[in-house]
Design a protein around this ligand. Structure first.
Ligand SMILES: [Zn+2]
Length: 321
């Protein structure tokens, strides 16, 4: 009761009431009230400062810039939070769905945009939502790097101020493959889910999203990587055939545990990396997209698939053999 905003409000009213009823009260007779008020003010500022402190502190992650730079041979991946991955193939570095902004983050992203800008060759984005198409990150990359941007039309419509020149821009379309920096890219459909395991239809142009948003199959050094973006499970996913490396999102608004399991059992990838969890601070309203169930998913898999399942921490490097 003491800490509730209501009790603080009530204390203010009672002091005002005292002054109206007893205008002759002097400072000394008021002092217990002033004292109470002072304590209350202290308590409020303590609580406010505590909130600010909590929202500004982030857990540390390993700094990966030097490690990425020194990796010059073979294939390696680093998770940088949410659906963000850095994939290095010899000396070529590509990235997916980068959000390196600090806002709402539980962990400090393991690399700054400024550092990444020095070494990044291509960035792929799957769709227009801020946790995938992050304007802060993309704008800085446009200014500070020479990288190529692969951005679906929905991203360009949602973020018209990215200032990316035409020569650096590829607008992918599902089922229209292309090659870039020695990587074969097959964009596939991504159909965005939402709260309560539904398909997202509340955005007024959701049909455009279904037509233009992408998941990606990358062929790099002969290995096939699948990054589905944010999508419910589709027939297209299940008909992909052989996939070596799968990034999978066991959240309510993606494939959750059951459909992630169906996808994994169908594709039997050599490497399975869960994503879209433990990145943003959770609230009851955002849990459908901030909370993932990577441990629950692992428990549903066979022993041999469990051995191929790697829940990385942010900034952890993993070498693909
Ligand atoms: Zn997302």
């Amino acid at each position: 009761m003491v800490d509730s905003p209501l009790s603080k409000g009530e204390a203010g009213v009672s002091l005002r009431g005292m002054l109206l009823v007893y205008p002759h009260l002097n400072f000394f007779s008021l002092s217990p009230y002033l004292c109470g008020l002072l304590w209350l003010a202290l308590l409020v500022s303590y609580l406010c400062l505590g909130q600010t402190f909590l929202s500004q502190t982030r857990l540390p992650t390993p700094r990966i810039y030097e490690q990425i730079k020194s990796h010059q041979k073979g294939l390696a991946v680093w998770w940088v939070g949410n659906a963000g991955w850095l994939i290095k193939s010899d000396d070529i570095l590509i990235a997916t769905d980068l959000d390196l902004e600090l806002e709402e983050k539980i962990y400090e992203p393991p690399i700054s945009v400024e550092d990444l800008a020095k070494i990044l060759n291509v960035v792929f984005v799957t769709h227009h939502h801020g946790d995938h198409c992050n304007a802060y990150t993309l704008k800085l990359l446009a200014q500070r790097s020479n990288c190529i941007f692969v951005l679906p039309q929905t991203c360009l419509d949602e973020e018209p101020g990215l200032s990316i020149s035409q020569e650096r821009l590829i607008v992918p379309q599902p089922l229209h493959p292309f090659d870039i920096r020695g990587i074969h890219v097959e964009p596939i459909h991504a159909i965005h889910g939402n709260q309560d395991f539904t398909v997202l239809t509340r955005e007024k142009d959701f049909i455009k999203g279904i037509m233009q948003n992408c998941g990606y199959v990358f062929t790099i050094q002969g290995k096939k990587f699948l990054h589905p973006g944010d999508s419910v499970l589709t027939e297209e996913h299940l008909s992909l055939g052989h996939i070596d490396v799968l990034f999978v999102s066991p959240t309510v608004h993606n494939m959750f545990v059951d459909r992630s399991m169906i996808l994994i059992n169908q594709l039997e990838p050599e490497y399975i990396f869960p994503q879209h969890f433990d990145t943003y601070r959770q609230t009851p309203d955002n849990m459908f997209w901030t909370k993932g169930y990577p441990d629950e998913l692992k428990l549903k898999l066979s022993k041999s698939l469990q051995n191929r399942y790697h829940k990385l921490s942010q900034g952890e490097m993993f070498v693909i053999q």
